[in-house]
Design a protein around this ligand. Structure first.
Ligand SMILES: [Zn+2]
Ligand SMILES: [Zn+2]
Length: 262
């Protein structure tokens, strides 16, 4: 799988880079051009033809930073599509999109547009713990420990698998599942706040660097590449410093625009 990082931060922010400013953006990961994992960033990073290649949008939870690219993606596709876009998530996520986003107030109801017979947006309701085929991928949603109903995912193709934590605080099930997957090739794990904001992390159900290490250790696979993501932009440098001191063998910090092959 080739995973293209459209956004990998816990918010959007323009920050100083070496030659020019860098755009840090909310989470969106495009797998093999056709499956989008979380929808925080889409249209700002993809051409229209790239957007048209997306067949599935797989959501971890309903928080705005993970869905906010979806309405305008659907809008871009609505006038000219051969196949509908399938949005996949657990029941509270799909129902939340219908109630709070595509409700004809915040945004048009694209589950019924451009017409009821052939709407551009279709839903696929996922059940936690039940694997499902999404295009060429096999995907397992696993509940994690966040402020709202959230799942992480284990995503597999024929070559291997990766684990995506979703937004989470300390959790168990996704690691016990991960331990049973020998073909696991990489882990994407959130780390939102620096250690000194541990109380805020606990309250908002996110990880800090020291918890990030403890969570990863539950997998018992120190050999795996570990990608830190969902850093809040204002704390990115401190989070990076703190994680770098932990002695994790193959840890890396994601940046927008990079691609990871699993
Ligand atoms: Zn988030
Ligand atoms: Zn969240």
């Amino acid at each position: 799988m080739r995973i293209r990082v459209l956004g990998c931060h816990g918010a959007d922010c323009l920050v100083d880079g070496q030659d020019r400013p860098i755009r840090q953006e909310s989470c969106g990961f495009l797998i093999d051009g056709s499956v989008l994992l979380d929808a925080g960033t889409i249209g700002a990073r993809l051409t229209l033809s790239e957007q048209r290649r997306i067949r599935f949008v797989l959501l971890s939870h309903l928080h705005f930073d993970h869905i906010k690219g979806l309405p305008t993606l659907v809008d871009n596709l609505a006038e000219d599509f051969s196949e509908p876009l399938i949005v996949a998530g657990t029941e509270p996520v799909i129902q939340g999109l219908r109630d709070h986003v595509f409700n004809d107030k915040v945004y048009p109801n694209f589950f019924k547009l451009p017409n009821r017979e052939q709407p551009v947006l279709h839903q696929l309701v996922l059940e936690p713990g039940k694997p499902v085929t999404i295009g060429h991928l096999e995907v397992m949603p696993v509940p994690v420990n966040h402020a709202v109903p959230t799942v992480g995912y284990v995503v597999k193709d024929r070559q291997g698998a990766f684990l995506y934590s979703g937004d989470t605080y300390q959790t168990e099930d996704i690691w016990s599942l991960g331990r049973m997957i020998p073909e696991l090739k990489a882990v994407f794990l959130e780390s939102s706040f620096p250690d000194e904001l541990g109380a805020l992390a606990k309250k908002s159900k996110h990880l800090t660097p020291s918890l990030f290490l403890k969570e990863f250790q539950k997998l018992e696979r120190p050999d795996l590449p570990l990608y830190a993501y969902h850093m809040k932009p204002e704390f990115r440098n401190r989070i990076e410093e703190q994680i770098s001191r932990l002695g994790i063998e193959r840890v890396a910090f994601l940046d927008e625009g990079q691609s990871i092959t699993v």
